[in-house]
Design a protein around this ligand. Structure first.
Ligand code: C5P
Length: 226
């Protein structure tokens, strides 16, 4: 029997990745973080010194873009990006990549190519896919659709902890400003803006534990409903 696909969309720092990894682990699904794919395009632009403001430049990059998504289910669900032959996953949260990615992700040629790869990846089912347009564009037929939110202060607090663990110390205000700007660009772009589709279950993760949120979602997955 084909396993369910789970689409998880939401704002930056809403807990999507943490929740998706734990959900995939518990339900033995594979997990794909589509943000890493957009980040890989941004990284390649930086490496080649390309002008990401020019759609034609990005379109030509996509024609020769060699990206492999390496997904491992056990012992812990992980998803790594192989650019050419190089595993670039650890570079994808560099601040320069994070700053550039919303611009790259606004380009239709980039989205078209990455969405096709994401849809091919999910064809056999059993995927927890995380992003901004998963329920609306990539997997409109996903059995379960989730939209995660959390207030800005909480999202910035979580992001600050992640950054501090990597040795980067930013003020709460700096992190809030960065998240708010990214949310604005992602929500206002013309092609596939971040939206909560009508049939998605909305969960506000503010003040809730990962275990609580995962339990709620896995209940819906088990009964196979939106
Ligand atoms: O999820 P993450 O923060 O890593 O995503 C980085 C950026 O990639 C987002 O801010 C957004 O601009 C873009 N993105 C997107 N569509 C997706 C996933 C990510 O536009 N499905």
């Amino acid at each position: 029997m084909k396993k369910a696909n789970v689409a998880i969309d939401g704002f930056a720092g809403s807990g999507k990745t943490t929740v998706a990894v734990e959900l995939a682990r518990q339900l033995e699904l594979v997990y794909l973080d589509t943000g890493l794919m957009y980040r890989s395009v941004a990284l390649q632009c930086l490496r080649e010194g390309l002008d990401a403001g020019q759609d034609a430049v990005l379109a030509s990059l996509m024609e020769r873009f060699e990206l492999k998504m390496e997904v491992v289910a056990r012992p812990h669900p992980t998803c790594r990006m192989i650019l050419g032959r190089e595993d670039v996953t650890d570079e994808l949260h560099d601040p320069r990549v994070t700053a550039l990615v919303p611009q790259v992700a606004s380009c239709s040629a980039v989205r078209r190519e990455l969405v096709a790869r994401q849809q091919a990846f999910a064809r056999r089912g059993g995927v927890v896919m995380v992003g901004r347009d998963i329920a609306s564009v990539v997997l409109p037929d996903a059995e379960v659709k989730i939209f995660l939110a959390a207030n800005l202060a909480e999202r910035a607090r979580r992001r600050s902890l992640e950054l501090a663990a990597k040795g980067r110390h930013l003020t709460q205000q700096e992190v809030e400003a960065d998240l708010a700007l990214r949310d604005k660009i992602d929500s206002e772009r013309e092609d596939s803006p971040l939206i909560c589709v009508a049939e998605a279950r909305q969960i506000d993760t503010t003040g809730r534990t990962v275990a609580e949120v995962v339990d709620e979602i896995s209940g819906w997955v088990r009964c196979g409903s939106v």
